[in-house]
Write a protein of this length. Structure first.
Length: 248
């Protein structure tokens, strides 16, 4: 996958991992479009990304997504990279009968999993018209073993991991490559409630993605995810105990 002269969509690009990726890709000479739900946050990000375009859009809102796709087809017909980074995480205990487990799970699964499928499906015709295209789904270390305090978040990322593998196989004979970016704990505003200050910098995740583009590494185990994956393969039970001791 080439590192420059791409036209890239990054959902949830106004902060955290998405913003760090946007910074790296604009510096490499790519045309970058970022989306976010909040205009103020988006404008703040764009002030630091003078070459980027910002579009207020919520991946969980069907009308927003369809409007976004229509605009991309009209204004960015050369779009060839889609980075599905927008996400939702809710910290709660399944043991708490007042935790709204069902509504929390519905929210997270819709945002982190089903919305990714919808956007990819709607953008496939545009991506298929490009000589070289890529889809990046931002997953998580918890796709391998869940943290109990992030139960439905982990379930949504496990589903996204499975979908990413299936999508990669489905598109293997086409012009579209499918990457899955799997960070460990990252120091972002998004993760502060679960100890994000102990995590790796968002810039390290962005660097890992660029390395994966350079080397065509399709499942990207960032930082500690690589060692955790080896632990998971050797002992799923120990991996489960470890991630709950580390984060929860």
């Amino acid at each position: 996958m080439k590192l420059s002269k791409n036209t890239v969509l990054i959902t949830g690009g106004s902060a955290g991992i998405g913003f760090a990726i946007a910074q790296k890709l604009t510096a490499q000479g790519n045309k970058v479009i970022i989306t976010g739900r909040n205009r103020e946050r988006l404008d703040k990000a764009l002030a630091q990304l003078p070459q980027a375009t910002g579009i207020v859009s919520d991946v969980a809102d069907e009308q927003d997504v369809r409007s976004l796709v229509t605009r991309l087809e009209k204004e960015f017909p050369d779009l060839n990279v889609v980075i599905n980074n927008a996400g939702r995480a809710i910290l709660y205990s399944l043991a708490d009968s007042k935790a709204n487990a069902y509504s929390n799970a519905a929210d997270e699964l819709h945002t982190n999993y089903l919305s990714v499928i919808r956007l990819n499906e709607l953008l496939l015709p545009l991506l298929q018209r490009q000589p070289d295209a890529s889809i990046v789904n931002v997953s998580s270390i918890v796709a391998f073993a869940p943290n109990a305090s992030l139960s439905s978040y982990g379930a949504s990322k496990a589903a996204l991991h499975s979908y990413s593998q299936s999508l990669r196989i489905a598109l293997q004979d086409t012009n579209i490559k499918v990457f899955e970016l799997m960070p460990p704990l990252v120091d972002t505003e998004f993760s502060q409630e679960i100890g994000g200050s102990k995590g790796i910098p968002a810039a390290a995740v962005a660097d890992a993605l660029l390395d994966a583009f350079r080397n065509n590494t399709f499942e990207i185990h960032v930082g500690g995810t690589a060692d955790f994956y080896k632990l998971y393969l050797s002992s799923p039970e120990l991996a489960l105990q470890t991630i709950n001791a580390r984060v929860g």
